[in-house]
Ligand binder design. Structure first.
Ligand code: ATP
Ligand code: MG
Length: 254
């Protein structure tokens, strides 16, 4: 519900979030007490080495997973104690997610994949909107292709179009430009920030792309399950340290 406090309100407020899983080797603590407060309309980048817990955090924030302990408020609503149905309703109402592995529906065409959330939300003109969104991501010529008939970068752009179609309150994106060449990556980054500005959509981006991270208002570094906010000036140094074992990511940001 919009009110006079909208500018000040937290889109995401996280307190002492811990995620543990049980593995064959014993208990593994993936997230070790995360705190963050993201205001509505903020854009946030989360950088950090592979395996440090970034995707785990994103899944928890988007109510796709359940923490071991700690509290998450999403647009003021506590996720604690919600059952799966209530979480699904909250996601449908407020959240879009661009998955690291795209998660397109294999049996649906590009157009049908993008239409799906709009149809579920009862949006009028879902087909036309989906078509125009696919054109915006440069896939007007691939509407009837199935995911397996698309390249990795094309699948990623379908996933991005699908995430945009309902103009979510919060958009979570896990390496949204990870499979794209620099021209398409720039185009997608522009779209993300247009959505952020035009619709006041809060952006939470996990990325190894330093240029994309720098365009965000705030930058965080995840390291072995610990999240720290970085100054923009420090981001380059820390991200480069992060990328020291990741040549592809280092090349991408140069
Ligand atoms: N369900 C699970 N069971 C066991 N281990 C898990 C589980 N989920 C995640 N992990 C482990 O937790 C760590 C963090 O995983 P996560 O996917 O969050 O990393 P990430 O920072 O997103 O890495 P990347 O940059 O490679 O995508 C990894 O070491 C992973 O193997
Ligand atoms: Mg990940």
């Amino acid at each position: 519900m919009s009110n006079n406090f909208a500018q000040e309100s937290s889109a995401i407020k996280v307190t002492n979030l811990i995620k543990k899983v049980v593995t064959q080797e014993g208990e593994l603590t993936i997230l070790k007490g995360i705190n963050m407060d993201v205001k509505q309309g903020d854009s946030v980048a989360i950088l950090g080495p592979s395996g440090s817990g970034k995707s785990t955090l994103l899944g928890l924030l988007a109510a796709l997973d359940t923490p071991t302990s700690g509290e998450i408020l999403l647009d003021g609503a506590s996720l604690s104690g919600l059952n799966e149905e209530q979480k699904a309703a909250l996601r449908k109402q407020k959240v879009s997610f661009i998955f690291q592995s795209f998660m397109l529906v294999d049996t649906l065409t590009a157009l049908e994949n993008v239409m799906l959330p709009a149809e579920l939300a009862g949006v009028n003109g879902a087909k036309e909107k989906a078509e125009s969104m696919l054109k915006r991501v440069g896939l007007g010529h691939r509407l009837t292709h199935l995911p397996k008939q698309l390249s990795g970068g094309e699948q990623q752009r379908v996933a991005i179009a699908r995430a945009f179609i309902c103009e979510p309150k919060v958009l979570f994106a896990d390496e949204p430009t990870g499979n794209l060449d620099s021209v398409n990556g720039d185009k997608i980054a522009d779209m993300l920030f247009e959505l952020n500005q035009e619709s006041d959509t809060t952006l939470v981006l996990v990325t190894h792309d330093l240029q994309l991270a720098k365009r965000c208002k705030r930058q965080f570094i995840m390291d072995s399950g610990v999240l720290t906010e970085a100054n923009k000036a420090n981001t380059e140094t820390e991200a480069n340290a992060e990328n020291s074992d990741n040549t592809a990511a280092t090349v991408e940001v140069c």
